[in-house]
Design a protein around this ligand. Structure first.
Ligand code: SAM
Length: 211
């Protein structure tokens, strides 16, 4: 091959190197494309999975970790018993961290205007769907932080929390609940308040506090 100086004035040796790179066999290029495709597929799947899992993981990233643990059938029955035992109280209920909505729906079926607040948007959607499927119009749900709720609108406050959050909730209730309300605590009692009655036993225990 004659050593002709290229028009661009570049070094012919360097130019030949660049050209040889551009003329790589088709097999190599398609291998790289498959690699790129697989990498984007894996990356995309990882992002999609993170987006789907985030609502379930986010409660664990908070100051107080309250995971999704649905109430047992017995526990729901005990809550309903507690509600029906106190006919003097009003009929407005809120479940703080309502999960899949089972307590809200059971209370609504017993005649309570019930609302559930929940951080996990999938559980909120699921609860709304269950309310629609069960034709329960007096059960509503919203995505909201339970520490930022206006409790004054409710006479019955239900909480199935964890032990670590009960002292903070107790002082929040002291500040914001009116004398016509009651608190129903599932599985973990309030640390200092004296319950008016206790229903059930073991993990299904429910403590009822008149405010
Ligand atoms: C122990 S589960 C109770 C679920 C439901 N109340 C039941 O008894 O079946 C607690 C729920 O609170 C939700 N949660 C955690 N932190 C929250 C927060 N700061 N505000 C609202 N909901 C929260 C969790 O996603 C979980 O669904």
């Amino acid at each position: 091959m004659a050593n002709v100086k290229p028009d661009c004035g570049c070094d012919p040796y360097l130019l030949s190197l660049v050209e040889s790179k551009q003329e790589q066999p088709i097999g190599n290029n398609s291998g790289r494309s498959v690699g790129l495709f697989l990498a984007s597929l894996t990356g995309g799947a990882a992002i999609a999975l993170s987006v789907i899992c985030y609502p379930f993981i986010s409660p664990a990233l908070r100051r107080v970790v309250l995971p999704y643990v649905p109430a047992s059938t017995k526990q729901v029955e005990n809550v309903v018993k507690a509600l029906l035992n106190s006919p003097g109280k009003g009929k407005k209920l809120i479940d703080l961290g309502s999960g899949d909505g089972r307590i809200v729906l059971a209370a609504a079926k017993s005649g309570f205007q019930s609302h559930g607040v929940e951080l996990n948007s999938y559980l909120v959607l699921y609860s709304k769907f269950s309310a629609w499927r069960q034709r329960t119009s007096n059960a509503t749900f919203s995505r909201q932080d339970l520490f930022k709720v206006d409790f004054t609108k409710y006479n019955n406050v239900v909480i199935f929390g964890v032990e670590e959050m009960m002292p903070e909730l107790e002082s929040l209730f002291e500040k914001s609940l009116t004398s016509s309300s009651q608190v129903i605590a599932c599985r973990f009692p309030l640390p200092n308040w004296k319950p008016s009655h206790v229903i059930g036993e073991g993990i299904d225990t429910v403590w009822v506090y008149e405010v």
